[in-house]
Structure formats: structure tokens, C-alpha cells
Write a protein that binds this ligand. Structure first.
Ligand SMILES: Cc1cc2nc3c(=O)[nH]c(=O)nc-3n(C[C@H](O)[C@H](O)[C@H](O)COP(=O)(O)OP(=O)(O)OC[C@H]3O[C@@H](n4cnc5c(N)ncnc54)[C@H](O)[C@@H]3O)c2cc1C
Length: 429
């Protein structure tokens, strides 16, 4: 029997693609979806922060379009950066037009300097900070890349590696940077110029669409212990399941902690993996269209949030008529806590300062979710430790997959793709 821990997209996709092979999904929450759940509150539907579908793999796009046939809508991205009291389009490096002239000049001169510089750090030693300076230059580093990323990652950027960056932050050509400084637009940039999103119900429609193809799933059951020698999993309700293969989609440090018989070196390596947590603050406001944008990035330190999005601008069915809804994201160290009223107070002040809220705007709904594992840190320890951890687990019949199982920065599409690939391998074995 193949036992799958976690009913997020990675676990659901594994079970779905295993088809009639004997498998069971066990989930600790009372419903499926993991980070792709949605919930209702006082006439609003909220996701666990914005979850928008971008595809790079035709096969996974076709699968999702089939599962959600007729229920997806396509949107051209309206994502902006708010800095220097100005909105510029995302991504920053090809859209500096509109910023104060001295900022544009610094960004251009810095970028041009990268094209002639001979200072190149070997990729294995290059930190994220060095990558930014070598590829985008001093000006873009100072005015967007460093403050934004330090707010998001909550660590100095020279602690992070750069091996994960290239698909998220493409290096532009000089022509595109110049065009962007002059306000000339001749192509779309970035990994997500358009996106798909369910017309109704929030992103939860996606995990729910897998359920009819999943043969055995149970909820409210937390995995607490794994005996990897005997291939036996114990759950909080006291039940014990024997398995041939374990597929785990829970965060890999949590999995290693639960495996009672792993070598100490592997346990220590897993304890050293770091991540950042995110407060996802969902708000309903009693005024229509407080912003026209889909989402906005805030690099400057006077705004406590790094991003805010406006779900009703891509799915009006997600809120009450005459209102707006927002998801606001604030990174924090997993060990730090801020009371919800204080978070909401800071957000309100920041939103008013940015001119998005008016002083008389009424917040009719406010809810805070703390996403404990949000962004894993790609630091040097991860680069050294992770391959050994995953290899040791695999040797013991445990496949750790998904965003937190692989301890990586990946999307819904990747979680689905990993489940599919693993299921195909297991079916063939
Ligand atoms: C802030 C943020 C914004 C994002 N925005 C986007 C976006 O716009 N587009 C996009 O494509 N992706 C986005 N993502 C990424 C996306 O959420 C993930 O790639 C995807 O949901 C990962 O699915 P998963 O199955 O790997 O993990 P999860 O969704 O975390 O699923 C793991 C499951 O395991 C369960 N579990 C945990 N511990 C146990 C246990 N001990 N026993 C039993 N069950 C357990 C959990 O409850 C959960 O259901 C975002 C992520 C974050 C953090």
C-alpha cells in the first residue's frame, strides 16, 4: 500500500495519478487543499493569500483546464510596485519609467555597469545579493531588489544562495531596460504576464477537482511517528498503518522529527533548515474597488507588508457587492508573534499612507492566518544538507515531495507535476 501524507496539491496529484494502485491519503486538517484552501467569512471568500495559476508546463496546464473545464478565467496581469509615491509596473528592472529621474538614472547606469564589469563570482559561491549586483546593478539593488527581498526573506541577502533565482527574476536585455526607462512597451515580461483563476469559489476549486479521482482519503488525522525500519506510520488518533511506500508532502523537518530511527546527523541537518513565516491578513472593506490593480509590491520599509492583492479584481464573486477585499502579506521569523489587532492597525496605517484606504473607510471583515512554513530559505546549509536528507529518506522507502517536502520555492503547478511524476514512477515499479 502506498501511504500519502498530506492532501495538498502534491498529495492529491500523487493519489489521482496512481489511479487504481492501492493508496491512501491521510490529512491532518478537516479538508483537502493544504495552502490552496479557501474559506468563507461574512460574505467574503478568502484564499490563504493570493493563489494565481501560472503555467510553464503544457501537460499540467491541460490537466488543470480539464479538471476545471469552463470554470477558469484568464486575466492579463495588473501587478505594480509602489515606491517613491509612484506606481510602476512589475517587474521593476524593465519598468522604471515614472520614478524620479535621479532614481531612473541610477538604475540605468548601474545596469549598464553590469554589462561591462569583469567581476563574476563563481555560481556555487554567488549569494543572492551578489547575483542582484552582478546582473541588475547597484541602482536596481538599492531601489527595489534589496529592500523588497530583505522584507520578504527577513535575512540579509548575502546569507541566501542564488541557484533558485533565474526563473523568478530574469535578467533583461539592455534594450528592454532602456525601453522600460522611457515608457516604451513592446513585450510582456516575467514568469507570469497572464494568469488563470476560478471564476467562483476561490482557489479551493482546484484541489477539490482532484477529489473524485482519489480513491481513499481521510481527514483530521495527524501523522505523529514513522518507524522507517518496519514501514509503519502512527497517527494522533492512535491508529497505525503499515505501508510499502510512504509519500510525504509535509515539511521535511517535520517529517524527519517524526521518523524515530533516522541517524542523528540527518536529524541535525533537518533541524538546520530555515524558513520564513507569513501573516496572511484578509480584509473586507466597505468601498468598491479601493484599487484597480491585481496586486502590488511594497519595497519600502515604512510599509510593513511586502505585497497586497485585491481578489475581487480577478473574481468579483469573492466578496459582497459594493465592497473590496484584500490579502495582505507580512513576513516574520517563525519564532516571532504579533497580535492580530496590532497587525491590522499597522496595515490600516500603511494602506492609508499609500493612498489605498481613505481615513473613513470601514473594515468590515478582518482575519489573520499565520502560515508557519511559507518561504523556505535557500541558504548554504540547505544546499549542503538537503540532498543527503532526501536520499536517506528515499533509501528507507519515503518519497518527500511538494513545496515543503522538497524544501523549495515552487508553485501549484510544480506540486501537481511532482505528484504526477512520482505516481508514474511508482506505477511502473
Ligand atoms: C504566500 C504564498 C503565496 C503563494 N502564491 C502562489 C501563487 O500565486 N501561485 C502558485 O502557483 N503557487 C503559490 N504558492 C505556492 C503554493 O501554495 C504551493 O506550491 C502548493 O500549494 C504546495 O502544495 P503542497 O501539496 O506541496 O503543500 P501543502 O499545500 O503545504 O500541503 C501539505 C499538506 O500536508 C498536511 N500536513 C502537514 N503536516 C501533516 C501531518 N503531520 N499529518 C498529516 N498531514 C499533514 C497539511 O495540512 C497540508 O494539507 C504560494 C505559497 C505561499 C506561501
Amino acid at each position: 500500500m502506498i501511504l500519502i501524507i498530506g492532501a495538498g496539491l502534491a498529495g492529491l496529484s500523487t493519489a489521482y495519478h496512481l489511479g487504481d494502485r492501492a493508496s491512501r491519503v491521510v490529512e491532518k486538517e478537516l479538508e483537502a487543499g493544504g495552502l490552496c484552501r479557501s474559506y468563507q467569512m461574512d460574505g467574503f471568500t478568502f484564499d490563504m493569500t493570493g493563489h494565481l495559476l501560472h503555467f510553464r508546463q503544457a501537460e499540467i496546464k491541460a490537466l488543470v483546464e480539464r479538471l476545471l473545464a469552463g470554470r477558469l478565467e484568464k486575466h492579463s496581469r495588473r501587478s505594480f510596485i509602489y515606491s517613491h509615491r509612484t506606481y510602476t509596473e512589475y517587474p521593476f528592472q524593465v519598468n522604471t519609467y515614472g520614478l524620479p529621474p535621479e532614481v531612473v538614472r541610477e538604475c540605468l547606469l548601474g545596469f549598464i555597469a553590469t554589462l561591462t564589469s569583469s567581476a563574476v563570482t563563481p555560481p556555487a559561491d554567488r549569494s543572492f545579493k551578489a547575483w542582484i549586483l552582478e546582473n541588475l546593478g547597484e541602482g536596481m539593488a538599492r531601489h527595489f531588489m534589496v529592500p523588497f527581498n530583505e522584507k520578504l526573506w527577513q535575512v540579509p541577502l548575502d546569507e541566501l544562495t542564488s541557484d533558485w533565482v533565474s526563473w523568478l527574476v530574469p535578467k533583461p536585455e539592455l534594450k528592454d531596460v532602456i525601453n522600460g526607462a522611457l515608457g516604451i512597451k513592446d513585450k510582456a515580461f516575467g514568469y507570469n504576464p497572464s494568469f488563470l483563476y476560478p471564476a467562483q469559489g476561490g482557489i479551493a476549486a482546484l484541489p477539490q477537482s482532484f477529489l473524485p479521482g482519489v480513491r481513499d482519503i481521510s481527514y483530521g488525522r495527524e501523522l505523529v511517528e514513522v518507524d522507517t525500519q518496519r514501514r509503519r506510520a502512527t497517527f494522533q488518533d492512535g491508529r497505525v498503518e503499515d505501508y510499502e511506500t510512504l509519500v510525504s508532502t509535509i515539511p521535511v523537518p517535520e517529517l524527519v522529527r517524526r521518523c524515530t530511527d533516522l541517524p542523528q546527523a540527518i536529524r541535525d541537518a533537518a533541524e538546520g533548515l530555515r524558513c520564513v513565516s507569513v501573516y496572511n491578513v484578509n480584509l473586507g472593506v466597505a468601498r468598491e474597488r479601493v484599487s484597480d490593480h491585481h496586486w502590488i509590491y511594497f519595497p519600502e520599509p515604512e510599509y510593513p507588508f511586502y505585497r497586497a492583492g485585491f481578489p475581487m479584481n480577478f473574481s468579483p464573486a469573492l466578496g459582497r457587492p459594493g465592497c473590496s477585499s484584500l490579502y495582505v502579506e507580512i513576513s516574520h521569523q517563525p519564532t516571532e508573534t504579533t497580535p492580530s489587532p496590532e497587525l491590522i492597525r499597522r496595515i490600516r496605517a500603511g494602506m492609508e499612507k499609500a493612498g489605498i484606504f481613505r481615513s473613513d473607510d470601514e473594515i468590515v471583515v478582518a482575519d489573520v492566518k499565520d502560515i508557519r512554513y511559507a518561504y523556505v530559505l535557500f541558504d548554504r546549509h540547505r544546499a549542503r544538507a538537503l540532498p543527503a536528507i532526501l536520499e536517506e529518506l528515499k533509501r528507507r522507502g519515503i518519497h518527500s515531495i511538494g513545496r515543503y517536502g522538497r524544501w523549495e520555492h515552487t508553485s501549484m503547478e510544480d506540486a501537481i507535476a511532482q505528484g504526477k511524476t512520482l505516481a508514474e514512477t511508482l506505477r511502473a515499479s
